[in-house]
Design a protein around this ligand. Structure first.
Ligand code: HEC
Length: 459
């Protein structure tokens, strides 16, 4: 009898273990390095991606050479080139190490950090995430792109910025979003690298560009979308953004971007020297009516007059800064009120920019399944199918449209009832949705740029 009972108990505990095991295995690890799909050793002998997440805290204000580069004055169109150059110089040593000397790269030792919760989305070699799954070739008519491409991206935060990641994710299962936890300190710098699967054979603009091997799950250039395959992607764009309320008092941020330029000669830093500024943006120019006057000069965007042609093909609304990786140009559908609401299709409309898109970073804790209360680009709320397959856009320049083109401080949310994300979209568009997905077991609505049932033509 005793033995039977014991046996019975043993059985139960085995069942218990069997039941518990899959559940344990399925609990996602917030600090997962990558998706585990490894290249064959014979194809790739180099190191694999390690997530850098030993976030620091309590750091003093850093040295900010970009401020001194403009004599501690506000940034403007006349000094933005100097400012952008100082930003580029400030990260140069580390970025050269990351880009050109892979074997020696130790992010944490150099003070660069990544976001949690994205491991399942990261490929194994460099920790890259799919940025845009498909960018159509007709988006770049002047620079000879012959195939669509996919972009792969990775983001690194400097020590100052990583303190914010530490504050939010102290308990990775229970993010802290209140009490200013999402706000970045002065001198926070975030760098985002964007690679394209269109190489020199499909896009002359990429001749001589740096390429990285990656385990790709999507490649619109080759048409390969199934099992992970080791492929190459070329470095197209490097974003460098900085929290700097002294230089940019209205938004608190300067968004700068570098793009690969095959016509610039490499110097001692190789391809890094060929990453030239496309421009910088520190406000949305809310008072410049680019709908009435598309060529109106901007005061809060600077575009490098000698930027390569391909990178200027996708500038945002009225020429506001947006790069080839940024989805700032779209075919949009607008209801023409003057003609009884008849729909007009505006092809290749610049409907976004760095700061207008990033200004939509916010999180509604009461509705985490949605998260961001407004879409990132001007969109008429409500009937998601109206205008399909294009974005149902408010008329360019209308009051509704201008909601996206205001200058707000980083702690002021675009919509009331939401927590402001301080212009960080990685947090509200990628990381919080991934965390919520892991927690709820349900697919999150925001994981693609065509969120909310809106088919974005250029995806
Ligand atoms: C139409 C929307 C859109 C535009 C325009 C845009 N971005 Fe982003 N950006 C995103 C999204 C979404 C993410 C987060 C997901 C990812 O990294 O793919 C992001 C991430 C980033 C990051 C990583 C950290 C963070 O703040 O989220 C940086 C840095 C960045 N973008 C810089 C820029 C710069 C510089 C420009 C303009 C040249 C720009 N972005 C234009 C949508 C946009």
């Amino acid at each position: 009898m005793r033995i039977r009972t014991l046996y019975f108990c043993y059985c139960l505990s085995v069942v218990g273990v069997l039941l518990a095991l899959p559940a344990t295995a399925a609990t996602p690890d917030p600090w997962l390095d990558h998706n585990g799909r490894l290249p064959a050793r014979s194809d790739h002998a180099g190191p694999l991606f390690k997530l850098s997440h030993d976030y620091p805290s309590g750091l003093p204000a850093p040295h900010m050479p970009w401020r001194t580069a403009i004599n501690n004055a506000p940034i403007g169109t006349s000094n933005a080139a100097a400012y952008t150059q100082a930003l580029k110089d400030a990260v140069a040593r580390d970025m050269v190490a990351l880009l050109l000397d892979e074997g020696d790269w130790d992010a944490g030792r150099r003070g660069w950090y990544n976001d949690p919760w994205l491991g399942a989305q990261r490929e194994a070699v460099h920790g890259m995430l799919v940025g845009l799954e498909r960018v159509d070739d007709d988006l770049f008519p002047k620079s000879g792109l012959t195939k669509p491409f996919t972009t792969y991206v990775i983001t690194y935060y400097n020590r100052i910025g990583a303190q914010t990641l530490g504050a939010i994710w102290r308990d990775p299962h229970n993010p802290q979003l209140n009490g200013g936890a999402t706000q970045y300190a002065e001198g926070s710098v975030t760098v985002k690298l964007a690679f394209t699967t269109a190489g020199p054979a499909e896009w002359p603009a990429m001749r001589g560009a740096l390429s990285w091997p990656m385990m790709m799950t999507a490649n619109a250039t080759t048409g390969q979308f199934e099992r992970p395959t080791l492929g190459k992607a070329w470095l197209m764009q490097v974003d460098i953004v900085v929290k700097d309320t002294q230089s940019a008092p209205q938004t608190g941020w300067v968004f700068a971007t570098l793009v690969y330029d095959r016509n610039t000669r490499p110097g001692s830093r190789g391809v890094w020297d060929q990453m030239v500024p496309l421009g910088a943006q520190w406000g949305n120019d809310p008072r410049v009516d680019s709908a009435a006057n598309p060529g109106a000069p901007l005061q809060e965007t600077w575009i490098n007059p000698s930027a390569p042609l391909y990178a200027t093909e996708t500038l945002g609304w009225g020429g506001r800064l947006s790069g080839p990786n940024d989805h700032g140009v779209n075919d949009i559908s607008v209801a023409d009120v003057a003609r009884g609401g008849q729909r007009v299709l505006l092809r290749r409309a610049g409907n976004s920019s760095c700061l207008s898109c990033h200004g939509a970073s916010q999180w509604n804790a009461a509705n985490p399944a949605k998260g961001m209360a407004s879409f990132m680009m001007p969109l008429v709320p409500g009937d998601a199918k109206a205008g399909a397959p294009y974005m149902n856009s408010p008329a360019p320049g209308s009051n509704e449209w201008l909601r996206w083109f205001q200058n707000r401080a980083g702690d002021v949310a675009m919509d009331t009832g939401s927590m402001a994300g301080d212009y960080d979209l990685a947090l509200t568009f990628r990381v919080l949705p991934a965390w919520h997905e892991a927690k709820s077991g349900k697919k999150h609505a925001l994981q693609k740029l065509d969120a909310g049932g809106v088919a974005v033509q250029r995806e």
